[in-house]
Design a protein around this ligand. Structure first.
Ligand code: GRF
Length: 202
């Protein structure tokens, strides 16, 4: 399974997937694409001898223009699966539709709770006793595609955003490689907005 990973930053989820690939994930990360030239994830990719590309938004460029350039770079890698791992840009419906059923994202909340940004702060503010992360298929509506796998963590009294984020991250690194593995094994698909694992709706 040819995998392309899109990042904007640290790339710790990318690292978890690269590590799992080394351990026989049945997947090959064939390219890492960043919209930020200084994303640390690019360094991680180099260490693993994975090809990298930067697609940096030009001044005044429309979303449609940017996404057309991005999808040209994605397609050059001929991926079976596109993994968003901290890619901090909203993708146009056109681009998402092009990769429907082959693009996944990880979001730091128990979706459908807390779509969008600042999820840890919002969970703390709401007094939630649990929080977590979700891997989902990407659909045109932001963070609203069908969930594939979630991991929960407790929220402790007096938790800081940093501590909670760290706890969530640890879980992300466990569930994201697992979902990539399922996809590579051909066990995962999306049909009519529903995610299936081994032909069972999730
Ligand atoms: C993760 O928290 C993920 O849920 C969110 O962006 C963050 C990326 O972290 N989408 P990293 O770059 O993988 O370390």
């Amino acid at each position: 399974c040819r995998v392309v990973v899109l990042i904007s930053g640290n790339g710790s989820n990318l690292q978890a997937i690269l590590d799992a690939c080394d351990d026989n994930l049945l997947a090959d990360v064939v390219g890492v694409i960043s919209n930020k030239p200084d994303a640390y994830g690019l360094v991680r990719a180099h260490h693993s001898e994975v090809d990298t590309s930067c697609v940096i938004a030009a001044k005044g460029e429309s979303r449609a223009e940017y996404d057309a350039r991005l999808s040209a770079v994605i397609d050059d890698y001929r991926p079976d699966l596109i993994v968003l791992a901290g890619f901090m840009r909203i993708l146009s419906a056109d681009l998402v539709t092009r990769y429907l059923g082959r693009m996944i994202n990880i979001h730091p909340s128990l979706l459908p709770k807390y779509m969008g940004l600042d999820t840890h702060q919002r969970a703390i503010n709401a007094g939630d006793s649990e929080h977590g992360a979700s891997v989902h298929f990407v659909t045109p509506e932001l963070d609203a595609g069908p969930v594939i796998l979630q991991a929960k963590v407790p929220v402790y009294e007096g938790d800081s955003v940093e501590l909670l984020a760290e706890r969530v991250h640890e879980q992300e690194h466990a569930i994201y490689p697992l979902v990539v593995k399922w996809f590579s094994q051909g066990r995962l698909r999306m049909q009519d907005g529903v995610a299936y694992l081994d032909d069972q709706p999730i």
